[in-house]
Design a protein around this ligand. Structure first.
Ligand SMILES: Cc1ncc(COP(=O)(O)O)c(C=O)c1O
Length: 472
């Protein structure tokens, strides 16, 4: 088999998979994850099995993959399919350039600089810069490292005892903040969880009280992290107020906009990020609402020199970094050495649809989320479980007059939905109650698919209440 024949065959499989987006194929394979290992041939052979076998392995892989591009996939904070995004991702693999130096990724470095500068412009960082990272979790880690550098300039060189330092996040913040506290030496118990208001946004009065309290107790505040788009509720912390409080105590203010960064594109949503231009750093995932294939994520900072100091790990790698390309070698702004090209896909998609296309996308997702919320509130058997700011819709099945364990009923509804294969949403907890969290971040979702989703939740809920067995 020639490389050409091999790739033709691979492309046929890809194109069949892409083309089946709206077909009546279950989102997840009928084989449950617990049985998959038993029926799969995963062994690594002594003698190679050749290209033909790779084709059948790929077919098996497609068969058992979750169909994240299907219209019923509303489970995590990403989904759908960007054709230019997929093309960019494939070409990034084929060309296999590494982003550490301009010499080894000449065009990609220019693209990355262009996108980082444009993202800073959208945020309002006049001379900002940044790096592509392996995701919002790494972006939060970089935010904390910058905060550490801001407070203790010698910490990268001499080490850092973080045990007397604290960081502040809302109680709805993403768990990657705990990872970042662990990795930076602050420690998870030094993460102060600030109370949220009814709408899931940080209570700034409580933040101020906690900062004063921890200072009185002899702790040193290191960073405040505002979340722009929380994971479960999609709430936005009041960035302008948070920055004001943080600055009055000379504390670094990082914004976790992994999920909500896309609000920057539309004049109708930008106000959710009011004050972001005054923050010190931001992380923003293009692989979430913008629909790029995993991963494509930016870390952005207002003080580029500080970022360079955080990332100045070596002066010895003279086999890689040459003086003349210092400014363009993007490895100087990253925690990684070799780094995949995660920017080509974003650049292609951005050029395909433009700022106006992103604005339209975010507006449409919010319209769909409004529509779903309306369907829920109109229906007596359903109830919204949290106020909404973004495209997260947290609700549950709750027919009036029933005296049943609603947590088990809703957990069962989600399980049956998933097993029937048409819809996949996640299960989360709001105020201690199990809810169905449907997230609109998938360009295949439509009003029709939302109608069908609501109908299915009610049908399954009624079956569960009547004690009827599942239909699969
Ligand atoms: C608010 C928020 N921040 C950060 C992250 C982590 O992002 P990633 O999965 O890209 O590491 C998530 C993930 O869902 C998130 O919801």
């Amino acid at each position: 088999m020639t490389p050409d024949e091999f790739f033709q065959a691979v492309f046929e499989q890809i194109s069949q998979y892409v083309g089946s987006q709206f077909d009546d194929v279950p989102i997840s394979s009928k084989i449950p994850p617990s049985s998959l290992k038993k029926i799969s041939d995963l062994k690594l052979p002594l003698e190679g099995m050749g290209l033909h076998n790779a084709l059948s392995d790929l077919a098996t892989f497609f068969e058992h993959s979750i169909r994240t591009h299907a219209p019923g996939f509303m489970n995590p904070l990403w989904g759908g399919m960007s054709l230019t995004g997929v093309a960019g991702d494939m070409v990034a693999s084929v060309t296999n350039n590494s982003m550490y130096t301009r010499e080894l990724s000449p065009f990609a470095s220019l693209i990355e600089i262009e996108i980082l500068q444009r993202a800073c412009e959208l945020i309002g960082y006049a001379h900002g810069f940044g790096s592509f990272t392996s995701g919002g979790s790494s972006g939060n880690l970089m935010g904390l490292l910058c905060a550490r550098q801001h407070l203790r300039q010698d910490s990268g060189l001499n080490g850092f005892d973080g045990s007397k330092h604290v960081i502040f996040v809302s109680e709805e913040a993403h768990f990657s903040v705990m990872m970042a506290a662990n990795v930076t030496g602050i420690g998870r118990q030094n993460v102060m969880k600030i109370r949220c208001l009814e709408d899931g946004s940080m209570d700034v009065n409580h933040l101020e009280e906690e900062i004063l309290f921890t200072k009185r107790e002899g702790f040193v505040p290191l960073c405040v992290i505002a979340t722009a788009g929380t994971t479960v509720l999609g709430s936005f912390d009041p960035i302008r107020d948070i920055v004001r409080v943080a600055k009055s105590h000379n504390i670094w203010c990082h914004v976790d906009a992994a999920w909500g960064g896309m609000a920057l594109f539309s004049s109708s949503t930008r106000k959710l990020l009011d004050g972001i231009e005054q923050s010190d750093s931001v992380c923003w995932d293009a692989h979430k609402m913008m629909g790029l294939p995993l991963m494509s994520s930016m870390f952005l900072v207002n003080d580029v020199l500080l970022l360079r100091k955080v990332c100045s790990h070596t002066t010895d790698a003279d086999y890689l970094y040459y003086e003349e390309d210092n400014e363009y070698d993007l490895g100087h702004y990253s925690l990684q050495c070799a780094r995949r090209n995660d920017v080509l896909k974003l650049w292609l998609a951005w050029r395909e649809i433009g700022d106006a296309g992103w604005a339209k996308m975010v507006e449409q997702y919010l319209d769909f989320a409004n529509y779903l919320e309306q369907k829920v509130t109109e229906n007596e058997q359903l109830e919204m479980m949290a106020p909404r700011m973004w495209s997260n819709v947290c609700f549950r099945y709750h027919p009036s007059g029933t005296d049943v364990d609603l947590d088990s009923v809703n957990a069962e509804i989600r399980e049956r939905l998933k097993n029937e294969g048409k819809f996949m949403v996640s299960r989360a907890k709001v105020r201690g109650f199990i809810v169905l969290r449907a997230v609109i971040a998938n360009n295949a979702v439509s009003k029709e698919s939302i109608d069908a989703f609501v109908g299915n939740v009610i049908r399954i809920g009624n079956d569960v209440l009547k004690g009827l067995p599942p239909k699969y």
